[in-house]
Write a protein that binds this ligand. Structure first.
Ligand SMILES: Cc1cc2nc3c(=O)[nH]c(=O)nc-3n(C[C@H](O)[C@H](O)[C@H](O)COP(=O)(O)OP(=O)(O)OC[C@H]3O[C@@H](n4cnc5c(N)ncnc54)[C@H](O)[C@@H]3O)c2cc1C
Length: 438
């Protein structure tokens, strides 16, 4: 059984969000495109704090946590619908308190944090008072955490962290980092690592390079290469148990992948809306672009990709809400959604940009940001190939190999079996044919 719908009361909140995002968030995007991840200066605080307050008044602030974790308990379907609306503008998640990497960090703090850790880190994070970062990927390889080298070694009742981490997003603005480090190199691969809460000002954290995402200016969010040089933390910096790092990373990424998938839907839809307007507005050789068959194909292909993908993500979100949690079926569909995010965003944004001609590739339309994001979809939270493998493994574990050398659908065997089953009818058919002289 499967069913999902938007309750009328929530639909009206989504309607409010759509207008609010258009009226209040879109202007921030064009004026201060790279400030959404920064602690705002006083003049900007004056602009954005009233917007955040309005979101809080509407009960739509930081909705990613369940009620048991101090959040609204909206569940994944509602969150997905919200993320779709916020997606076109990088400021959207910040104004609604659901910006990455803070959302994932808040989730793991809520799940695994002690009361003291929650008070110190989670409370101000949810209040939007500070930013955080997640430091997992290493320079020599990110897809395979079992090869990580960054070490944390016990020292008295604390730990000392040594090693390098690459692409730690927003490390410059973060008040604290969640760092994954090897604590027991001899343990089974997925029990080797632990997570640590490390205040950003801790001595020994060196920014080797504040790497930026391609095409972004120096004031944009950094994805730094960090070196942890004998970074000393106290025992209470450990998040969860020693050896629980891999499990915590998985918890962190699973829900986030659904949110990201719905943001891919929202960004694709934004591009698609621009494409529709353009093809209805522009003529060439005496005909509207909308009347050119190849353009019609582009429009229909984009519509079909967005709608199929959207329903798939919503069904995945619905399955999680049904209490299924992260079962193998859900993990299979999250992996597929991750793969589709990159494809759908790429195809739809490219068609929309292309249909705008030179204007589309200029800096006078918002396509460059959308387009730059598309390769990222195939890389962050693990590359496409890894998710293809995960999905295939989970799809195939439900299936059986053929019992013998030939496939079960091998036609010669099926014909022989059908002949045996209907031998009597076949004999009558043959006799009738003989009588008729056929
Ligand atoms: C915008 C952005 C933000 C990010 N933010 C963070 C962050 O805040 N914190 C953090 O820790 N990390 C972050 N990352 C890093 C991200 O998680 C890693 O880039 C990702 O896990 C891939 O690791 P890698 O870059 O080392 O690629 P590699 O592991 O070197 O993989 C490179 C390529 O090899 C191929 N490949 C890898 N594995 C397989 C396989 N099993 N089968 C077939 N082919 C394979 C794929 O083509 C893959 O793209 C971010 C990345 C981006 C793009």
């Amino acid at each position: 059984m499967w069913e999902f719908y938007t309750e009328p009361e929530f639909a009206s909140r989504l309607e409010w969000m759509r207008e609010f995002v258009q009226e209040e968030v879109a202007p921030l995007e064009v004026l201060w495109p790279h400030h959404h991840h920064r602690v705002p200066p006083p003049w900007l605080k004056k602009v954005i704090d009233p917007l955040k307050d309005e979101v809080r008044r509407r009960g739509l602030w930081a909705c990613h946590l369940g009620p048991e974790l101090g959040g609204q308990g909206f569940g994944q379907v509602k969150l997905s619908l919200m993320n779709e609306i916020l997606a076109p503008y990088q400021w959207g998640p910040t104004i609604f308190g659901v910006q990455g990497p803070d959302t994932g960090n808040a989730e793991v703090l809520a799940h695994y944090g002690t009361a003291a850790q929650k008070e110190r880190y989670l409370r101000p994070l949810l209040a939007g008072e500070l930013f955080s970062a997640f430091s997992m990927t290493e320079p020599h390889g990110g897809s395979d955490p079992t090869g990580f080298r960054c070490r944390a070694v016990r020292d008295g009742d604390g730990w000392v962290i040594d090693g390098e981490k690459f692409f730690t997003s927003n490390s410059e603005q973060a008040a604290f980092l969640i760092v994954m480090a090897v604590t027991d190199p001899d343990a089974a691969p997925h029990r080797r690592m632990s997570m640590f809460l490390v205040p950003r000002e801790t001595p020994g954290i060196e920014t080797v390079r504040p790497t930026r995402y391609m095409g972004e200016p120096a004031e944009a969010i950094d994805h730094a290469l960090l070196r942890y040089n004998g970074v000393r933390v106290t025992a209470d910096a450990l998040l969860g148990e020693p050896g629980q790092g891999f499990e915590i990373a998985q918890t962190r990424l699973s829900g986030g992948r659904v949110h990201h998938a719905m943001r891919a839907v929202g960004q694709a839809r934004y591009a698609f809306d621009m494409a529709c307007e353009r093809v209805l507005s522009r003529t060439t050789r005496g005909r509207s672009l909308a009347d050119q068959q190849l353009v019609q194909q582009a429009i229909t292909d984009s519509y079909a990709q967005i709608e199929q993908f959207r329903l798939f993500v919503l069904r995945t979100a619905w399955r999680i809400d049904q209490g299924q949690g992260y079962t193998p079926e859900v993990r299979r569909d999250i992996a597929v959604a991750k793969v589709l995010s990159a494809r759908v965003a790429h195809d739809v944004v490219h068609r929309a940009m292309h249909l705008h001609g030179a204007l589309g590739v200029s800096d006078e339309m918002p396509f460059s940001t959308l387009w730059q994001l598309t390769p990222g979809y195939g890389i962050w939270d693990g590359p496409t190939e890894v998710h293809l493998s995960t999905a295939a493994r989970l799809i195939l574990r439900e299936r059986e190999p053929a019992p013998g050398d030939w496939p079960t659908q091998w036609l010669p065997a099926r014909v022989a079996a059908a002949r045996e089953k209907h031998a009597e009818a076949l004999a009558s058919q043959a006799a009738e044919a003989r009588e008729a002289g056929v």
